[in-house]
Design a protein around this ligand. Structure first.
Ligand code: 5AD
Ligand code: SF4
Length: 455
């Protein structure tokens, strides 16, 4: 394709997003970046001119998935080439950053590889590619220029939107690749964030989720140079009338100060639900992971939140089978889960990530033991989730309705605890937040009727 042609022809872009919510946000931004070049989003890979795999490197399974998907895409690229059509393949995201040139070695038909801090250069790289047909790699690491280069005006994310306020991480938990793939901790400027929040609100979002790998470490600057922490930023954002719900993710227990805890008790827009990963309930393992807090400190934190807001609920991430984890350490994790009583949790077998400190440890745990511990932990987590959902029966919750339900006149949405709720007689209330009474807890969702206040 010639450069002029690249600029003028309408073209189709297919993005496949893996991993975390920040990748979802980044994928929106990639689509925004390419729209001035004439790209429109397409659900169908076969019809597309460019495909972007926005990848996740957090566990081995996630990164290996990329290569198997690339194998599938190659067949489509070959079939299109046989008809004289081109399919440009871009690998973006954390696997791009971690693997770099290795991607071209394993999959030479990939055209462009970019990392999470250099995807703003995709339009330039596509132009370059149209001039000289060779593999192009950009793994630059400076975060600030990325945000400066991203378009302010973005496509609508719908009723519930993501906004990245912080990126990267300086915590260096020994199992984690994020400090290497996303880079050092960086907080965006407050006026930049505020402008983007206003744009998101004007596009119709009523719920905003502030994102960061370490969002609780946020310390952005006002234009006068004064520093703003997460609690203050949320107070600013809460003033935007269109936003009815505010949440933030992901937090580190070490950064949760009294100001943010108190805010949960005083700011009604802030959801009473917090994802606060602890990873393990064993002090020995927490120390080996470099988490810099004990199980007891974590439990105290939970207690403080519940004191500030008694209806607060929590979710967490857990890793089982971290190097050196004994059955006793694992039992400490089970005890911590029982002590907290989570609404919901994510749990994983420890997975070696090349280059991280834990990958060099010699006391790695057998896969069978990991699988057995994961199974026991997940059974407990499911039990707790069901218990949490059953405890909702009879309660009044607020649901942001976003689509039709399966049956006539039903609508579905999410409660303030992120539970899926189906509401009777509510089809004409889609896009609204309604007060409901929970009538039944099913396997994966709750059933509800409108309260007097909503009907
Ligand atoms: N192995 C397994 N799980 C991991 N996570 C991060 N790194 C690893 C790893 N090497 C999990 C942590 C983190 C979540 C996003 O992914 O629980 O909180
Ligand atoms: Fe990874 Fe730990 Fe940073 Fe979270 S806090 S991104 S787990 S290094």
């Amino acid at each position: 394709m010639q450069t002029a042609e690249l600029e003028l022809l309408p073209k189709k872009l297919h993005i496949v997003t893996y991993g975390c919510q920040m990748n979802v946000y980044d994928s929106y931004k990639m689509a925004d970046l390419l729209s001035p070049l004439g790209f429109v989003s397409s659900d169908k890979l076969e019809d597309s001119n460019v495909v972007i795999l926005n990848t996740c490197n957090i566990r081995e399974k996630a990164s290996e998935k990329v290569y198997s998907e690339l194998g599938r895409i190659k067949k489509i690229k070959d079939a299109k080439a046989a008809k004289g059509d081109n399919l440009t393949i871009i690998v973006a995201g954390c696997v791009g950053q971690a693997e770099g040139e290795e991607i071209f070695a394993r999959a030479p038909y990939v055209d462009i590889v970019v990392g999470p801090q250099s995807y703003q250069t995709i339009p330039r790289l596509l132009r370059e590619l149209s001039r000289e047909n060779k593999n192009l790699l950009n793994l630059d690491f400076a975060i600030e220029p990325k945000f400066d280069a991203l378009p302010e005006e973005s496509a609508s994310q719908g009723l519930s939107a993501f906004l990245t306020i912080q990126e990267g991480c300086d915590k260096f938990c020994k199992f984690c690749c994020v400090p290497f793939t996303r880079g050092p901790e960086f907080s965006r400027g407050v006026s930049d964030i505020y402008r983007e929040a206003l744009a998101i609100a004007s596009k119709g979002a009523v719920e905003i989720n502030l994102l960061g790998q370490n969002v609780s470490a946020f310390h952005g600057k006002n234009p006068d140079g004064s520093e703003v922490n997460l609690a203050k930023l949320i107070r600013y954002i809460a003033q935007i009338p269109n936003f009815k719900r505010i949440s933030y993710t992901t937090s580190h227990p070490r950064d949760m100060d009294d100001e943010i805890i108190e805010l949960h008790g005083t700011e009604p827009k802030l959801l009473p639900f917090l994802h606060l990963p602890v990873q393990s309930g064993s002090d020995k393992i927490l120390k080996c992971m470099n988490r810099k807090h004990t199980a007891e400190e974590y439990l105290k934190l939970i207690e403080k939140f519940r004191k500030a807001r008694p209806d607060m609920a929590f979710s967490s991430d857990f890793i089982v089978g971290y190097p050196g984890e004994t059955e006793e350490d694992f039992q400490n994790t089970m005890d911590l889960v029982k002590a907290v009583g989570y609404a919901n949790c994510y749990s994983f077998k420890y997975s070696i990530r090349p280059g991280t400190a834990a990958s060099y440890m010699e006391n790695q745990i057998d896969e069978e033991i990991k699988a057995d511990r994961l199974d026991r932990l997940q059974k407990l987590i499911v039990e707790q989730q069901q218990q949490f959902n059953r405890a909702s029966i009879g309660k009044k919750l607020n649901v942001l309705l976003d689509k039709k339900g399966r049956h006539e006149n039903q609508a579905t949405g999410k409660s303030e605890y992120m539970q899926a709720v189906t509401v009777e007689n509510a089809e004409d209330l889609i896009e609204k937040i309604v007060e409901v009474q929970i009538t039944e807890a099913r396997q994966n969702s709750l059933m509800a009727t409108l309260t007097k206040a909503s009907s």
